[in-house]
Design a protein around this ligand. Structure first.
Ligand SMILES: NC(=O)c1ccc[n+]([C@@H]2O[C@H](COP(=O)([O-])OP(=O)(O)OC[C@H]3O[C@@H](n4cnc5c(N)ncnc54)[C@H](O)[C@@H]3O)[C@@H](O)[C@H]2O)c1
Length: 364
């Protein structure tokens, strides 16, 4: 295999990012895309110069030229599509969050293992150049012993209706974006065991639109005396924010992933350049450039394709996605019960289907 043959499943928001990212990976080639809406998937294939398109992802899985699939489908489909892909002998990159529940996570991990394919968990923050530099500082001891990390991702809400329907998404902003922070903490700290989780969340702004939480603060304590504080919001106006702070016994480092890498622009007319969750571009705004690269998407896809090519373990795996999902379950349980939840955490059977279920029950 000289180049890894890639199949994209999904054809909207994150799949466009996947296609653009893989186009920059010299050791990969886009072979096919699958998504149920024919007009959309045909246009997507044309736009990204992908030779084959299908409305049923199972037809894509039949292609022998596809070595690896990347999933950009709603959360509730992650498990089924991963299992089907693995049984067809394809390596899998699964977008965050890994899936809806721990039983699904175990099925995905076990099936990929049985079939001898890799399950790679797409957490792009582990590849974002600014955060990679931050981790280098931590690893070489420049900040001393890290005792506190903060990570925040905030915007004014997702673009597709399924995110707002907690039966399809599994939860609100803690599910959708808390997953970024939890893997960020684990990765920066060298993946120690999470000990306990405490969370405050509510639906502050979007009560008409969702039963999900739209703003959350989650505190995770890790083995080795380090604490992660995640701040997540679907309620914040003024465009997307992604920031981190790492505090150690010998130093501190602040990273503003987006605004710290932007032009500070004033425009009376506004401008058309689409930035993720930009809000208005009239008046003062933050104009991003190389947004996908700053987030680490091409680097992430290059790393995963290299794992397939060289048969090496993925830098972020299905097991990491499961560990993150367990923290998400514990966060909803903490907010529901008003107390710290110790890990490992197994949700009660009646609340094991989706992370948010226990929290919804506490509000009924
Ligand atoms: N890493 C990130 O920063 C990031 C950003 C956005 C989304 N995501 C994740 O990516 C996933 C997709 O999110 P999105 O924003 O692209 O959603 P989206 O609503 O924009 O797109 C979903 C796509 O899935 C397709 N789809 C639905 N059912 C399908 C099926 N049975 N077979 C094949 N395709 C099907 C839809 O047609 C659509 O193309 C989610 O899990 C989300 O959490 C990650």
């Amino acid at each position: 295999m000289e180049k890894v043959g890639v199949g994209i499943i999904g054809s909207q928001f994150v799949s466009s990012i996947h296609a653009e990212a893989f186009a920059q990976v010299p050791h990969a080639r886009l072979v096919a895309v699958a998504s149920p809406n024919e007009a959309h998937v045909r246009e997507f294939a044309g736009k990204h110069q992908i030779p084959r398109w299908f409305t049923d992802y199972r037809a894509l899985l039949d292609l022998s030229e596809v070595d690896l699939v990347v999933l950009g489908v709603p959360n509730w489909l992650h498990c089924q599509v991963t299992v089907d892909a693995a049984r067809a002998g394809k390596h899998v990159i699964c977008e965050k969050p890994l899936c809806l529940n721990l039983r699904e996570a175990d099925t995905m991990i076990a099936t990929c293992k049985e079939q001898g394919v890799k399950l790679m968990y797409a957490e792009e923050l582990c590849f974002a150049p600014k955060y990679v530099r931050l981790k280098q500082l931590v690893d070489e001891g420049a900040l001393g012993k890290v005792y506190l990390l903060k990570q925040a991702e905030k915007h004014d809400g997702p673009h597709s209706p399924w995110f707002w329907d907690v039966t399809q998404s599994g939860g609100g902003v803690t599910m959708d974006m808390g997953c970024h922070a939890f893997e960020f903490f684990r990765w920066i700290l060298g993946r120690p065991r999470a000990l306990d989780v405490y969370a405050q969340m509510d639906t502050y702004v979007w009560k008409e639109r969702t039963r999900g939480d739209d703003d959350a603060t989650i505190i995770v304590n890790f083995e080795g005396q380090a604490t992660g504080v995640a701040e997540e919001s679907w309620a914040k106006k003024g465009g997307m924010d992604d920031r981190a702070e790492v505090y150690g016994s010998a130093g501190v480092s602040y990273a503003d992933l987006l605004r710290g890498n932007s032009l500070h622009t004033y425009s009376e007319t506004g401008y058309g350049y689409a930035v993720e969750k930009a809000g208005s571009t009239r008046g003062w705004s933050f104009t991003m450039f190389e947004e996908s690269w700053n987030y680490g998407f091409p680097q992430e896809m290059a790393a995963f394709a290299a794992c397939v090519l060289n048969d090496t373990p993925p830098p972020v795996s299905g097991e990491d996605g499961r560990a993150v999902l367990e923290i998400i379950f514990a966060a909803y349980a903490s907010a529901a019960l008003g107390k710290k939840i110790a890990l490992p955490y197994t949700p009660p059977p009646e609340y094991a289907q989706r992370p948010i279920d226990i929290w919804l029950a506490s509000r009924d």
